[in-house]
Design a protein around this ligand. Structure first.
Ligand code: NDP
Length: 250
């Protein structure tokens, strides 16, 4: 946990960073934080209007001009990921970071009642979509001098908990994929792959998982950004295949 990390203002200068689920919650805060530290941010998400709002905020603040990439992990095909890689290649020629942040909670319900179609949906959005997107983006990451790939985990991606179903399983699998990919890129030296558990954070998803909880008791997405910045920037060089937490245990 690097919650006390103080990122230099130019931490991500000249870096091209893709953020998924950039329109809301933690992804929105990360996009703004990365842009404030000099990154050109590619805002990916499924709701164009939300992405446009983040785009406008970044532009109004006079930060590096971002790009918008509307994509829904539920319906996206391999062709979409390859078209995306081609577009990014033409525009930027490389990628210096990916924050895999988009996520779907699904239902909090006893396993025996879990709807199989919803299970598949959660696995698609949280795991399979991001995996095939990563495959298409590998050449762009390989073209970077120093690239950081960050997968978003969860407490239930490290210890299973009753009723968390597909969400928990998708996060465990995300941690597994992170380790596989990290081991494969280890010899290259220019790509690191790690996972980050944001911890309880004041967002729409947290409120739907814990409807009885007072949001004021939770850290905001902005408050957990130090670890995100540390992991995305060069100060985390040499860390590969590791699991991080964005805040101390509550
Ligand atoms: P939010 O629900 O606020 O944000 C999730 C983001 O993912 C939204 O921008 C959403 O888009 C996007 N998204 C959802 N489905 C899709 C899809 N099919 N295709 C593309 N984008 C999609 O949640 P958080 O900010 O809280 O969560 C961010 C990450 O952090 C998730 O991976 C979550 O699992 C993880 N996490 C969060 C915790 C918390 O306490 N908040 C704790 C542990 C982990 P749209 O806005 O258009 O719906």
């Amino acid at each position: 946990c690097k919650i006390d990390y103080q990122a230099p203002a130019d931490l991500l200068k000249e870096r091209i960073v893709l953020v998924t689920g950039a329109g809301d919650g933690i992804g929105r805060a990360a996009s703004l934080a990365f842009a404030r530290h000099g990154a050109t941010v590619i805002l990916l998400g499924r709701t164009l209007s939300k992405l446009e709002k983040v785009y406008d905020e970044i532009e109004a603040a006079g930060l590096p001009q971002p790009a918008i990439f509307p994509l829904n992990f539920e319906g996206a095909t391999l062709k979409d990921y390859h078209d995306m890689a081609e577009t990014l290649d033409k525009e930027f020629g490389r990628l210096d970071g990916v924050l895999h942040n988009a996520g779907l909670l699904g239902n909090i319900t006893p396993f025996v009642q879990y709807d199989p179609a919803l299970w598949e949906q959660v696995m698609q959005v949280n795991l399979n979509g991001p995996i095939w997107m990563t495959q298409a983006l590998m050449p762009l990451l390989e073209a970077s001098k120093d690239a950081s790939v960050v997968f978003t985990s969860s407490g239930v991606g490290r210890k299973g908990r009753a009723y968390w179903g597909a969400y928990s399983v998708s996060k465990f699998a995300t941690e597994g994929f992170m380790e596989v990919l990290a081991d494969e890129v280890e010899h290259r030296g220019n790509i690191r792959v790690n996972s980050l558990n944001p911890g309880a954070t004041r967002t729409r998803m947290r409120a739907s998982a814990y409807p009885g909880e007072d949001p004021e008791t939770l850290l905001t997405p902005e408050a957990i950004m130090p670890t995100y910045l540390w992991l995305m920037g060069p100060d985390s060089r040499g860390h590969n295949g590791e699991r991080f937490d964005a805040q101390p245990p509550r």
